[in-house]
Structure formats: structure tokens, C-alpha cells
Design a protein around this ligand. Structure first.
Ligand code: NAD
Length: 353
């Protein structure tokens, strides 16, 4: 309803999108006014970083290939020490949310310019959100200093993202968009991005499962994940993200898989209360968003049951307690009984009704 009015805050990142865009890294480092880059990756992508370092030779001050999931503060401190010792003046993160999280953690502390080459669909590269863990506790900070200055999306770098990870990460991206549609601060621009992001991912993921190196499908998925990431970084998230955060923190579950499993169930929980806001997404799934998401997951052979992640059923009570402890905005009231029912269905992996 446009008569209600809204606030729209554009995200200031510079985005380069396209196959072969990796070749622009050197020019973009110079464009940020920098000469000495600190390259980051996980151990799994260390070889990719070594190749990049060779290509941009004199612009490299140092590398750090030990980024880890959930951004442990002790790893950030080690990386910061290397950054300072090698006299770097900017950060280049190549990878998914784990590597980008480390780059953000450094940039938040020393305000170094940050260029991200995003290779999963998690969307962290376009948000000003940093989640980090210390002493087993994960906390979140939001600060404009955290949003990376430049983002490169090159689908050629994503053809090697394993199928299972591609699917879970794509559903993780869709979750940002679905919650963005019913966000209390949603606006027509973020809602357009959300629906287009869901559409692109929904079309691309089945093609990727069949042909992982289909560059058009990979480009479409990366495009969708960018849009979904912008939604995540622009409006408030509700039940789905809070529950995934609680489950991830309390039970140490893997990020993308947890999002993938919960999404049909959180969509079902809010379906009636947010029917109007969700209607453009429901239309993409033949009018039944939660059932359609579940069937898509099933077709993609995505994880569908929390039980399959090795979670103990007994942990659900504690998660339900934690989930209702701090109130937040959500289309439907978040009650302990409601959450317990949702968690039990997600645990067993039953199709939402
Ligand atoms: P990830 O970054 O942990 O990546 C998983 C594994 O896949 C890693 O070993 C990685 O090196 C590898 N990989 C990544 N891209 C690849 C590619 N193209 N080819 C081959 N291997 C590749 O996974 P993720 O789901 O992207 O990130 C999860 C983390 O990001 C969590 O800690 C989560 O909390 C955080 N996150 C933060 C935000 C935010 O806005 N702050 C948003 C989303 C996720």
C-alpha cells in the first residue's frame, strides 16, 4: 500500500557482475586507493587465493588462508597481526560467508577498505552485519564500516561449489528474501529484489544440480543471491533468522543446511499472518509457498530434517526456550508451543500442511 509511505536506504556497495570479472581485481584495488592487499580464504580455497596472488603479483602484501565458520575472535586477532606485520592497506576476501566474515571483522577493527569476491549464495558481501564468536557465544554487530566497499560476482568461480553446498546456500539466500517480504520495514524496492531473487534461484538450482558447470544457471543463481543479500542487508529479519541463529549457536549446526531445513516450516508458520506480503512469492510456487519450498528442497535432494544433521531431539526444548526469550517483530505471535511444533516438524522433516 503506497499510501502508507516507506523509508528506502540504498546500499552503497560497488558491484561488478559477470563471467571473467575476476580479471578486474587489480584495477579495483587501485580504484580503492590501495597498493598492498591482504588476501583471505578458508583452507579449502587456499589454491584459488594462490592463483589470484600470482595474477595480481605486486599488489599483494600477504595472505591468510585460515578463515573459519562463525568468525572466531581468536582467528581474527591472528589475521589482524599478519595484516599489520605485512604492511597491508586493504582486504581482499575470496569465498563464502566464513571468509567474508573474517574480512569484515578486520575491517570493523581497522577500517581498511574491503573488496569481496563472493563464491557462495549466502549474501554476506552486501550487508553491514558481522556475526562473531568468542567463548562459545555468537554475537552480531551492525556498523556501516562492516559493509564491503567493492563486490565482484564471477560465476566462473562458482562452478566448483559442491552441489550440496550450492543447494543449501541457494535456499539460505531465498530465506533472506522471504523474510524480507514481511519485514516490518519492507519497502517496494526491497520487495521487488526479493521476488526477483527467489525467481532466479528457483529457476537456477535444479539446472545446477543436473549440470554443476552450467554457467548460465550459475550466473542466474549468483544474481539471485546478490538480490537476496541486499534484502538481508536492508530490512529486519524475523522468526526464520532468529531460529537459525539460535540453533546454530546453541547446537553448533552448519549455517546453510540449517536455513535450508527450516525455511518451509518458518514460511508455513507465518503463511496466514503474512498472506498478503508473501503472495508474490507464493505465486512463484503455485499458490502454496511452504509446500512448494518443501517440494523444491525434495527435488533438489537438499537436507530436510534436523535429525539428519545429528541433532539430539532432547535439545529442541532448550532451543524453544531460547527462541521465545527475547521478543522481536514477526507477522504471527511467537509462542513456545508454536515454536516447539515447528521445530518438531523440522526435526522429522515432514512436509508442512
Ligand atoms: P562458507 O563460507 O563456510 O563456505 C563453505 C565451504 O565452501 C568453505 O570451505 C569454503 O571455502 C567453500 N567454498 C566457498 N565457495 C566455494 C566455491 N565456489 N567453490 C568451492 N568451494 C567453495 O559458507 P557460507 O554458507 O557462505 O557462509 C556461512 C557463514 O557466513 C556463517 O558463519 C554465517 O553466519 C555467515 N553469514 C553471514 C552473513 C552476514 O550478513 N553477516 C550472511 C550470511 C552468512
Amino acid at each position: 500500500d503506497l499510501t502508507q509511505g516507506f523509508t528506502y536506504q540504498g546500499a552503497p556497495s560497488r558491484v561488478l557482475f559477470g563471467v571473467g570479472m575476476l580479471a578486474r581485481v587489480a584495477a579495483e584495488i587501485e580504484g580503492m586507493g590501495c597498493k598492498r592487499a591482504f588476501l583471505l580464504s578458508t583452507p579449502f580455497q587456499a589454491a584459488d587465493i594462490a592463483t589470484l596472488a600470482k595474477e595480481i603479483g605486486p599488489l599483494v602484501a600477504g595472505t591468510f588462508t585460515d578463515a573459519q565458520m562463525h568468525t572466531p575472535v581468536d582467528v581474527t586477532k591472528q589475521a589482524l597481526a599478519v595484516f599489520e606485520a605485512c604492511g597491508a592497506d586493504c582486504i581482499v576476501s575470496m569465498g563464502g560467508g566464513s571468509t567474508i566474515g573474517l574480512g569484515k571483522a578486520i575491517a570493523w577493527r581497522n577500517d581498511a577498505p574491503h573488496l569481496v569476491i563472493a563464491t557462495t549464495y549466502a549474501g554476506s558481501e552486501v550487508t553491514d552485519i558481522l556475526g562473531q564468536t568468542e567463548g562459545g557465544v555468537k554475537s552480531t554487530v551492525r556498523d556501516l564500516k562492516i559493509r564491503p566497499e567493492v563486490v565482484i560476482y564471477d560465476a566462473a568461480l562458482t562452478t566448483g561449489l559442491p552441489i550440496g553446498m550450492s543447494v543449501s546456500s541457494g535456499l539460505n539466500a531465498m530465506a533472506h528474501a522471504i523474510e524480507g517480504l514481511y519485514a516490518p520495514d519492507a519497502n517496494p524496492v526491497t520487495s521487488l529484489m526479493a521476488v526477483e531473487g527467489i525467481r532466479a534461484l528457483k529457476a537456477a538450482l535444479p539446472l545446477i544440480v543436473r549440470t554443476p558447470d552450467d554457467i548460465e544457471a550459475r550466473s542466474s543463481a549468483l544474481y539471485g543471491s546478490w538480490l537476496c543479500g541486499v534484502v538481508l542487508g536492508s530490512v529486519a529479519m524475523s522468526l526464520h533468522h532468529k531460529l537459525c541463529h539460535t540453533l546454530g549457536g546453541a547446537c553448533d549446526l552448519p549455517h546453510a543446511e540449517t536455513h535450508a531445513i527450516l525455511l518451509p516450516h518458518t514460511a508455513a508458520y507465518n503463511a496466514s499472518a503474512a498472506a498478503r506480503e508473501l503472495s508474490p512469492a507464493s505465486a512463484l510456487f503455485g499458490g502454496d509457498l511452504s509446500g512448494g519450498l518443501y517440494d523444491l528442497s525434495s527435488d533438489l535432494n537438499a537436507p530436510r530434517a534436523l535429525r539428519d544433521l545429528g541433532l539430539d531431539r532432547g535439545a529442541l526444548d532448550h532451543v524453544a526456550d531460547l527462541a521465545v526469550r527475547n521478543p522481536y517483530s514477526n507477522p504471527r505471535d511467537v509462542t513456545r508451543d508454536g515454536i516447539m511444533g515447528l521445530l518438531l516438524r523440522a526435526y522429522d522433516g515432514t512436509r508442512p500442511e
